[in-house]
Ligand binder design. Sequence first.
Ligand SMILES: *Cc1c(COP(=O)(O)O)cnc(C)c1O
Length: 376
Amino acid sequence: MIRFNVPPYTGKEMEYIRQAVDNMHICGDGEFTKRCSAYLEKITGTAKCLLTTSCTHALEMAALLCDIKEGDEVILPSYTFVSTADAFVLRGAVPVFVDIRPDTMNIDENLIEAAITERTKAIVVVHYAGVACEMDKIMEIAGKYHLRVVEDAAQAVMCTYKGKPLGTFGDFGCFSFHETKNFSMGEGGALLIRDEKYIEEAEIIREKGTDRSKYYRGQVDKYRWMNYGSSYLPSDMNAAYLYSQFEVADQINEARVARWNQYYRLLKPLQDAGKITLPVVPEECEHNGHMFYMKTKDLRERTELIRFMEEKGILAVSHYVPLHSAPAGLKFGRFHGEDHYTTAESERLLRLPMFYQLTEEQTDYIADRVKEFYGA
Ligand SMILES: *Cc1c(COP(=O)(O)O)cnc(C)c1O
């Protein structure tokens, strides 16, 4: 059976976890956490990166830092993971969903402005499959209406828009290091902070509302309760696992992009024959091979293809059920405008196996089976 995902593994993980244990520093903000944050600050050029226990928690921190309050509205796509909305709903915000573009499956930047009301506080964008949203337009709208921008860049580590790293456009960027992502620590994430003025508050929120981060740096001689907060810092053992992958990050990225390009090349004839639709990567976007998806004619064909692939020993899977039609989405949010593409496109989308250890031969085999299904 070819699995849909295999967590990334490079070989150094156990050695580094052992080092964390030998350092006798297994709680948060040890040596490996520092190395991981420094690495992310280096590759993104952001003012500050704080490692977190998940991308969901990084989004929760962003919602707190945006000062989201009961009744505020946030604009976001409905085609996304629950956390994008949940982090803001937890603060009492109303998620206002707008439609996506069918080419990239990202929020349609041209529909955002019409969804803005007096209560709108933030725009939350999701860079689906590591392909950037139209950030120029989105930042322009945010500037015009004085809105905060949060980037759910869970899938977009090492991706760029016009050469600039994703996660660094908005006020806050959120990465995920869940085992399904390109770089992993089991469960984990990171918050990228663009403006220095938020760093101190973010450190306090992450450390149970205390200034312990300052205390550790020797800047204060005791730490105290300063503000509201929670516990958003991961164990250094998890950071050790992640760091081993950052050491070979380019290799991981290149391997995934190579498999992505291989899928694309092999399946292109099916698209040319009008049988399937392949993902679109706009010229100004550089992606990281996080996900390879294709679209079938409709839901029924997708169900048949999933079954066919399973019979051939391949796990191919669908993706998000649009949030606005899910029970919590109906309860907490609303959809602004018409759902032209969100539901229809989500029902056609199928993800093929994609992970660091996926081989060229396996990719050939998978693409051949898709072709076989379409009689090509
Ligand atoms: C994976 C993912 C998340 C959640 O990440 P966790 O680290 O599991 O909290 C949020 N948003 C998107 C778009 C994701 O793909």
